[in-house]
Design a protein around this ligand. Structure first.
Ligand code: TPP
Ligand code: DXP
Ligand code: MG
Length: 620
């Protein structure tokens, strides 16, 4: 029986002899590598926090104590230690374990996360609730150095210093975000990493002086009085201390005993404490240590070579975007690219290789990214903010207040729009149309295939005002190549003209709708097939035309129903008192869990087959 086999339930870790913990860490690493090589997932971050998680589990009790994982992509070891090891084979699969903490999955998961920099706020809220309820549980948040570039962290720190309640923050510093970490805080943390652990140093000096008779005692007292100046010299974590949060560290994040002791002491002090631990992202698997970015989020891979098993053929929308951006940037030196810590994910890394001076990675700071873009645009630049749909949710007010209200020429390249699959509910890009379509001045485009994405980008650069172009995760659609009606402001593209039923599809759902169209065609139905292309402004002329000539208009999108394209069409037709039937195919009022995009579409009844049945039911 391996040491890991002895962990079946929460808190079993406390039964393991301290001397066996390194072996347990090794078992867990081997398990993670074998498991994630099959399921895919966030390997490098989890390999890096094995000892950290063990130490926290030794110092805390579950489910009584509350541990909040920032982002939550590094919570696999926590899952393993809380009775979910045997389900890890289902990780990120439809109906299986989530890749992020889920309160619905285990009472040992205190809070759901997925987006960065939220953990400290949540933990502080829990700590304040504990104060009101008069309970005693320990509360901790684990936050990565990358997530320390997000603004909410500082809002939480500010508040933490004010309320002064016991709350442990573990800063897990591996010097990596997904890509290399960036910015002033990152440099500050790097300096801290090489400093001596402050608390030990201070105690050491005081103890040493106490051993010198008479004069030593005086010196030690003087030293205590001049604590602040001593800190200035020795305390690397002065920033946190000045904020009113006790800083401990940096300590070795792979030394279980040292961390366990530190956490136990920290919990006893019952005040806001930040423990800075140094870890190695990808630790224990040579390929992940060498290429932590590649192994941050990886699909199934071969353990012996570190190579991904199924390499997708054809370009992704991200790659198409990246190539075109370079082309546009070559022609026009006013174009600048901005990413909020998703350089590789959005393809901005390619632009950065060509135009480093016109590329900005602002850290995990979507709000700042948007207002920063507004500033650039105000001075005549053409900023392209390349951002995942779900992360853009953060920047709603900045889009509205800083960009659109001033009608600034900012281009939002919204990647991962639609269902993203295995990352699940926190990452599905299904709300963008709903949260953007009511903002005045903003134009929203959803190209149908890879060719149209490049034309939309050309058009967006020439346009003068805020504009969003949204496209899906994964493989770009290569079909309908010969349908390339020139882009015209607010005009949809009629692909095939029929009568009876009109199918109006948005963005990536044009591909799914083509299957539907072909099926109706085979049945001899007269069907019109439209690529919406512009979500906003709505092509009212086209809708009027369809309403006059068809019995049923079916809108098809991979987004939330309320506030979506279909809702806009319905609302418009209602305002005209049109009696044409409208069937809006979209995602009903729900958060969509993880699974493959195909499985999720079926579940949500937005796949071609389900749509076909829904139309047939109406028409019969
Ligand atoms: C608001 C938001 N923007 C972007 C992301 C994508 N993202 C996930 S993990 C990550 C890097 C986090 O770095 P760090 O906190 O240091 O964790 P590590 O992976 O290094 O352990 C980023 C940018 C996100 N989850 N949330
Ligand atoms: C945890 C997180 O937010 C990212 O790592 C995300 O999983 C990346 O997703 P993609 O695989 O779509 O780039
Ligand atoms: Mg990190």
């Amino acid at each position: 029986m391996s040491i890991l086999d002895r962990i079946q339930e929460p808190n079993d870790i406390k039964k393991i002899d301290e001397k066996d913990l390194p072996e347990l860490a090794q078992d867990i690493r081997e398990f993670l590598i074998a498991n994630v090589s099959e399921t895919g997932g966030h390997l490098a971050s989890n390999l890096g926090c094995v000892e950290l998680t063990i130490a926290l589990h030794r110092a805390m009790d579950f489910p009584a104590d509350k541990l909040v994982w920032d982002v939550g992509h590094q919570s696999y070891v926590h899952k393993i230690l809380t009775g979910r090891k045997d389900q890890m084979t289902t990780l990120r699969k439809f109906g299986g374990l989530s890749g992020f903490p889920k309160t619905s999955e285990s009472d040992c998961d205190a809070f759901n996360t997925g987006h960065s920099s939220t953990a400290m706020s949540a933990a502080l809220g829990m700590a304040c609730a504990r104060g009101i309820k008069g309970t005693q549980e320990k509360i901790a948040a684990v936050v990565g150095d990358g997530s320390f570039t997000g603004g909410m962290v500082y809002e939480a720190l500010n508040n933490m210093a004010e309320v002064k309640t016991g709350c442990l923050v573990v800063l897990n510093d591996n010097e990596m975000s997904i890509d290399h970490n960036v910015g002033g805080m990152s440099s500050y943390l790097s300096k801290l990493r090489v400093g001596q652990p402050y608390n030990d140093l201070k105690n050491g000096i005081e103890k040493a002086l106490m051993h010198i008779p008479v004069a030593g005692e005086k010196l030690a007292k003087g030293l205590k009085r001049s604590k602040d100046s001593l800190k200035q010299i020795f305390v690397p974590g002065m920033f946190f201390e000045e904020m009113g949060v006790t800083y401990i560290g940096p300590i070795d994040g792979h030394n279980i005993r040292m961390m366990e002791e530190t956490f136990r002491r920290a919990f006893k002090l019952n005040k806001p404490i930040l423990v800075h631990v140094k870890t190695i992202k990808g630790k224990g698997y040579k390929y992940a240590e060498k290429h932590p970015c590649y192994f941050h989020g990886i699909s199934s891979f071969d353990v012996a070579t570190g190579k991904v098993k199924n390499v997708e053929k054809g370009l992704s929308y991200t790659a198409v975007f990246a190539r075109k951006l370079i082309e546009l940037g070559t022609e026009n030196n006013r174009i600048v690219a901005i990413t909020a810590a998703m350089s590789k994910g959005t393809g901005v890394n390619k632009f950065a290789e060509e135009f480093p001076d016109r590329t900005f990675d602002v850290g995990i700071a979507e709000e700042h990214a948007v207002t920063f873009a507004a500033g650039l645009a105000a001075e005549g630049m053409i900023p392209v903010v390349a951002v995942y749909s779900s992360f853009l949710q953060r920047a709603y007010d900045q889009i509205l207040h800083d960009v659109c209200m001033q009608n600034l020429h900012v281009i939002f390249a919204i990647d991962r729009s639609g269902l993203v699959g295995a990352d699940g509910e926190t990452h599905q890009g299904i709300f963008d149309t709903a949260f953007l379509s009511h903002i005045p001045n903003l134009v929203i485009m959803a190209p149908k295939n890879r060719y149209e994405l490049t034309r939309a980008m050309e058009w967006a650069v020439a346009y003068d005002g805020p504009i969003a172009i949204k496209y899906a995760r994964g493989q770009a659609y290569y079909g309908l190549k010969d349908y390339n009606e020139p882009v015209e402001y607010g005009k949809s593209e009629i692909l095939r003209e029929g009568s009876e039923i009109a199918l109006v599809a948005v963005g990536n759902m044009v591909e799914e709708t083509e299957k539907l169209y072909n099926r109706f065609l085979q049945e001899g139905r007269q069907v019109t097939f439209v690529n919406a292309r512009f979500i906003k402004p709505l092509d009212k002329e086209m809708i009027d035309h369809l309403a006059e000539t068809h019995k049923l208009i079916v809108t098809i999108e991979e987004g939330i129903l309320h506030g979506g394209y279909g809702a806009l069409v319905e609302e418009y037709l209602e305002s005209k008192a049109s009696d044409v039937k409208v069937l809006p195919i979209a995602i009903e009022d729900t958060f969509v869990r993880h699974g493959s995009v195909e499985e999720l579409r079926k579940m949500l009844k937005i796949d071609a087959e389900s749509i076909y049945r829904r139309i047939r039911d109406i028409m019969e």
